[in-house]
Design a protein around this ligand. Structure first.
Ligand SMILES: CC(C)(COP(=O)(O)OP(=O)(O)OC[C@H]1O[C@@H](n2cnc3c(N)ncnc32)[C@H](O)[C@@H]1OP(=O)(O)O)[C@@H](O)C(=O)NCCC(=O)NCCS
Length: 250
């Protein structure tokens, strides 16, 4: 029997980077903004983790996380933070008043209380137009299924947020032709999506996303600012989407 090629080898060639000029306007839902502030957010418990809102007291732990080269290699920054002020500026968006549009949590070992990492939605409008999820785990905790556990746990809280109907400018490639046609015919809403953008080679993160219910839909080319600005600096960014079963607003 012929072996089946891995999904990553059967995907079409990468496309161009998202260009807001060519975005399409869709009617859909998103979590109602401002999001519930940190002060009222309840901890999210999974089997081994607790996800809690971040405070400036977490700065030393966030500093350790954001200076691990193995972790930062796979983030948009690509390299560890420089000074402490840079780390502070990366934590600030998750504290009030930034919590009106971010839904990012500190992740702690439920048994020991130790800081494991951080994750959630750090951007309400990703480069593809939809809300985006991201996560980082300290390297000592990799390979134990914690990334998958945190994403699944966080998704439950994200889906439980109250929704509002909005018009959103999004990259047309986030929506299949069949859905565009169905929405055009019925006048209904485009299904809400959550986006995750990975880099080629980040098999761990892609494994996490697939196990949490995301599907690959697009790979695009971007300039890797760490590598420079020439054609040799182009990297492929496989992107995933998740169809959010959002709670309907009253
Ligand atoms: C991505 C990250 C959160 C994963 O955390 P983790 O706790 O190690 O992930 P998990 O153990 O839940 O799952 C990884 C899964 O991916 C798959 N996977 C792991 N290593 C793999 C590899 N080398 N090749 C292919 N698949 C792999 C497996 O399915 C694995 O599940 P398993 O442990 O049940 O076999 C962590 O590696 C990290 O913080 N990386 C740096 C930051 C980052 O990449 N963030 C995401 C940016 S998109």
């Amino acid at each position: 029997m012929a072996a089946t090629a891995p999904e990553s080898q059967t995907r079409p060639a990468p496309g161009p980077a998202p260009d807001p000029v060519s975005f399409i306007r869709v009617r859909t839902t998103v979590p109602r903004r401002p999001l519930p502030p940190n002060a009222v957010r309840q901890p999210i418990y999974t089997e081994r983790l607790v996800l809690r809102t971040l405070t400036m007291d977490d700065l030393p732990d966030v500093r350790i996380l954001r200076t691990q080269p193995e972790v930062m290699h796979w983030t948009a920054a690509g390299v560890p933070d420089g000074d402490l002020e840079q780390t502070r500026s990366r934590l600030m968006p998750f504290l009030p008043p930034g919590d009106g549009v971010t839904y990012n949590f500190g992740i702690y070992d439920r048994a020991t209380g130790e800081f494991v990492g951080m994750g959630g939605s750090h951007q309400f409008r990703s480069s593809l137009g939809w809300p985006e999820i991201g996560y980082m785990i300290k390297k000592e905790y990799w390979g134990k299924g914690l990334g998958t556990e945190l994403v699944k746990g966080w998704l439950g809280a994200w889906e439980a947020l109250e929704r509002e109907e909005v018009e959103l400018e999004v990259d047309a490639r986030t929506i299949d032709e069949e859905e565009k046609a169905a929405v055009a015919a019925s006048g209904g809403l485009v299904r809400e999506r959550l986006i995750a953008i990975t880099a080629t080679g980040n098999d761990k993160s892609q494994g996490v996303l697939q196990k949490a219910g995301f599907e690959w839909f697009l790979t695009w080319l971007a300039l890797d600012s760490v590598k420079g600005s020439g054609p040799e600096s182009l990297i492929e960014l496989p992107s995933f989407r998740y169809f959010t079963q959002g709670k309907k607003s009253e």
